[in-house]
Write a protein that binds this ligand. Structure first.
Ligand code: HEC
Length: 132
């Protein structure tokens, strides 16, 4: 086999690998000063407000009739979070959100916002855009 035939596939593999690594490294959320966040995370906060999740989980996610999501997001996986929203737990008082387009379109953004709150990186529940 000549050299060319091994170098090119090798380079291709490296390129694919670095794309994979770059993706995995992408932060779930970005925050400055505890409350200035990237656009997706901000959208998560807006969805939280729009769906009025705070009615049951508290304005600071601290829990009311629903559990504290500060605690819950330390335990739930992202997939469990999504399933809980899509299917709800109607027998336990958590509504089904699967038919709510605004919520379904923003599951990742909601997760990013709530995870940032749960991690303690987003220190204020009421966030603002980062680039202002
Ligand atoms: C009408 C009240 C109510 C509203 C509104 C509500 N929830 Fe809930 N939620 C609950 C209750 C009650 C539970 C606990 C169910 C149980 O005991 O398993 C819960 C559970 C959850 C859980 C799982 C917590 C865990 O530890 O397993 C998540 C995540 C969650 N809610 C997110 C949300 C989000 C995001 C919204 C807004 C889109 C929302 N909830 C709106 C009442 C509510």
């Amino acid at each position: 086999m000549n050299r060319r035939n091994t170098v090119i596939p090798g380079l291709l593999c490296l390129m694919l690998l670095s794309v994979g690594v770059a993706k995995a490294d992408e932060a779930l959320y970005q925050v400055k000063d505890g409350y200035k966040v990237d656009a997706n995370t901000l959208q998560g906060f807006r969805t939280w407000r729009q769906a009025a999740c705070d009615r049951c989980h508290g304005a600071n996610q601290e829990g009311m009739v629903g559990p504290s999501l500060i605690d819950s997001l330390k335990i739930l996986t992202k997939q469990q979070f999504k399933t809980t929203l899509i299917e709800g737990r109607p027998d336990k008082g958590m509504p089904i959100w699967g038919e709510n387009k605004a919520v379904m379109d923003n599951l990742d953004n909601l997760y990013a916002y709530l995870k940032g709150r749960s991690d303690g990186a987003i220190t204020k529940a009421h966030v603002q855009p980062m680039d202002q």
